[in-house]
Ligand binder design. Structure first.
Ligand SMILES: [Mg+2]
Length: 143
């Protein structure tokens, strides 16, 4: 028996662990129920994160970092659950997000890049005018 630290989770291993407690939502015939559970659960857990922040900011209570970390884990579980229900690889989702953010913010976050949205291409632009003035309309789709 080794005293070495256990292997740290990678995203795929985490996703497999989340599936262990995914229940009947993971059966193909329950896909719609699973999507609903994942979406509602994700909102609920994000709400728990928001509540802890609210208590710290608006009630001036001490930040409960241990609870916040635990709730962040609950949010992650529902993201993994959504991926399991949808048949997505959590690592692919993470890598896609990193690629999007590297395109959108090549030098790290800044407001100009946030507005420019380099990761989405304009597909149509036009001007329209009425009695209130002229507006420029731009419709974009993800690249
Ligand atoms: Mg929770």
């Amino acid at each position: 028996m080794s005293d070495a630290m256990p292997e740290r989770f990678d995203l795929n291993r985490y996703q497999q662990e989340a599936a262990r407690t995914g229940g009947s939502d993971l059966k193909p015939e329950n896909r719609e129920k699973g999507i609903q559970c994942a979406a509602l659960g994700l909102c609920g857990e994000a709400g728990e994160v928001a509540d802890l922040i609210k208590k710290a900011v608006h009630h001036r209570a001490p930040m409960n970092e241990a609870a916040l970390k635990k709730e962040a884990g609950d949010v992650l579980w529902y993201i993994a659950h959504l991926c399991n229900v949808m048949g997505w690889d959590l690592r692919d989702v993470a890598e896609g997000n990193v690629a999007k953010l590297r395109t959108r913010y090549p030098d790290g976050f800044n407001t100009a890049d946030s507005i420019a949205r380099r990761d989405v291409a304009p597909v149509a632009q036009w001007q329209t005018s009425d009695a209130h003035g002229t507006v420029e309309v731009s419709v974009r789709l993800p690249r």
